[in-house]
Design a binder for this molecule. Structure first.
Ligand SMILES: Cc1ncc(C[n+]2csc(CCOP(=O)(O)OP(=O)(O)O)c2C)c(N)n1
Length: 278
């Protein structure tokens, strides 16, 4: 359970999570991995798991636990890495990523006993499910929160906006969405594919919107997340966190070629030394 916020701990966990992502992606061999989308989201996921969320790895099914949904399911490496660092998954399990019979598939499947709440990967659906979970909590008068990470390109999906409207109608102030605004999607730069003013649109839909200029900075993220925790605004909350796709590994940063790819030994060694230096 979280009793207070330790910024150094979150930074240490974030650094460990980056190394875990690299290890898992390398272990997946020719299957490759979505390195870029995971690396941009590391500080967001680390801040939630090690600074904000009420959860207990010893009791993964605790009714009062805050729920986490990785709606951009292809970025599951950062989610799995947080679960490893928190103790929901063993290191042995970590190295089974994408292997036969592994619970750690290329997109998350549902294994609540390991902290995996919701199967995601079809973009937009995770967010809609998260809004449904927040509504269910309201109906049952449960006090936990639902935290959901989504991609900026994911906001092109129609289901996002159906769920966003519904969340406002139902005053789901227990719903906190965080957009990993890395400005890239699968096939190009997000603004070239669909040039959306995300802050303006989400505000127009009725959400309580925060913009974090450096979403790879733990302190900035925590400031926004803490003010949401203390807020009495009867609206669902959204953080738009501006991040760097591939953050932390020099040749992956802002490089669309690393949205998803296998990594060879030479690249792995370069990435290792980047992460050691970071
Ligand atoms: C419904 C649906 N359509 C298409 C895809 C294929 N797809 C996987 S990742 C991706 C891009 C997502 O971009 P973004 O949300 O910006 O996330 P990023 O990878 O940049 O973090 C797409 C289109 C999908 N997973 N689901």
């Amino acid at each position: 359970m979280n009793t207070g916020i330790n910024m150094d701990l979150i930074r240490e966990k974030a650094a460990a999570m980056r190394r875990d992502c690299l290890e898992m992606g390398y272990a997946a061999g020719s299957h490759g991995a979505h390195f870029g989308p995971a690396l941009s989201s590391i500080e967001i996921v680390a801040s939630l798991y090690f600074g904000i969320m009420n959860h207990d790895p010893q009791n993964p099914c605790l009714l009062e636990r805050d729920r986490f949904v990785m709606s951009k399911g292809h970025a599951c490496l950062s989610y799995y890495a947080a679960l490893v660092e928190a103790g929901y998954l063993s290191r042995e399990e970590m190295y089974t990523f994408k292997g036969d019979n592994s619970i750690l598939s290329g997109h998350p499947s549902c294994h609540v006993e390991h902290g995996l709440e919701v199967a995601t990967g079809s973009l937009g659906n995770g967010f809609a499910i998260a809004c449904g979970m927040a509504k269910a909590a309201k109906i049952k008068r449960e006090t936990h929160k639902v935290y959901c990470v989504l991609g900026d390109g994911e906001c092109d999906e129609g289901v996002i906006w159906e769920a966003a409207m519904n969340a406002v109608k139902n005053k789901l102030d227990n719903m906190i969405a965080i957009i990993d605004r890395n400005s890239f999607q699968l096939a190009g730069k997000t603004h070239e594919i669909m040039d959306l003013d995300l802050a303006a649109i989400w505000k127009a839909f009725g959400w309580d919107v925060f913009v974090v200029e450096d979403g790879n900075d733990v302190e900035s993220l925590l400031a926004a997340l803490k003010s949401i925790q203390q807020s009495d605004v009867a609206k669902p909350h959204l953080i738009i966190a501006k991040t760097v796709k591939g953050k932390g590994i020099s040749f992956m940063e802002n490089n669309l070629g690393w949205h998803a790819a296998p990594i060879n030994q030479e690249q792995y060694e370069q990435a290792q030394s980047d992460l050691e230096l970071a």
